[in-house]
Design a binder for this molecule. Sequence first.
Ligand SMILES: Nc1ncnc2c1ncn2[C@@H]1O[C@H](COP(=O)(O)OP(=O)(O)OP(=O)(O)O)[C@@H](O)[C@H]1O
Ligand SMILES: [Mg+2]
Length: 251
Amino acid sequence: MRELLRVEGLVGGYGAADEILKGITLSLPEGRMAAIVGPNGAGKSTLLKAIAGILKPKAGAIALAGVPLAGLPPRAIAARGVAFVPQEANVFPSLSVRENLEMGGYLEPRGRVAARIEALFARFPVLAEKRRRAARTLSGGQRQILAMAMALMVEPRLLLLDEPSAGLSPKAAEFLFDSIAAIHRDGTAILMVEQNALEALAIAEDGIVLVDGRVARTGRAAALAADPDVRRLFLGGAAAEINQGEEKETT
Ligand SMILES: Nc1ncnc2c1ncn2[C@@H]1O[C@H](COP(=O)(O)OP(=O)(O)OP(=O)(O)O)[C@@H](O)[C@H]1O
Ligand SMILES: [Mg+2]
């Protein structure tokens, strides 16, 4: 399968803490979906920000279909087909659903915007129903779907999702994961960071376990979800267990 995203030896962080990511290497084939799981503070969000260009890496390479991205500004990376949905502040609360989608498509040729909006309304009927409502009146789950739909306005080759199910009820999270699975079935490659590790691994093909700025494990999502070590350390274990696990790994 052809490689879409390649991250090689990526090092980066914030200001003086410039080595939050301590050398990340990973690969995502065209059209594939990978779930990134791991403890709080592991650097999951930092990794997505680096790929999206919000954070300039200190070292390492990022390439999309062989074209280098590291160091480019976010807008240039978006123009090459990478769409990023951050965890928070990912919609314009006072704008209507439809206006939010227009904002998502602001880089698109004018003539295409209406057609894309119609396609997304067909894909997500809940957005069509609420098209005139302000985004702030949507439920948390509906807002996350709107945020993803905004990102899909440009038909990205790669969709980066940071904790899409955060703060949602189990029922809303289930609906959201179904929607993400549908986006993936439509052919979009997805790299998704999730706290709900089991649910994420259930809809993804690949899994990446990130611990302390490093890739601790990778593999088929189903195999990782079934692995007793992974289950104990990352899927429902208390923070103390995770720390013990880290110590065990280094000894
Ligand atoms: N803007 C920032 N400035 C400085 N340090 C930051 C900033 N954002 C995150 N960090 C630090 O970088 C490290 C990794 O944070 P990151 O948000 O990438 O973790 P995460 O794996 O996404 O965690 P969580 O599961 O809590 O979302 C943490 O130690 C965090 O305190
Ligand atoms: Mg995070």
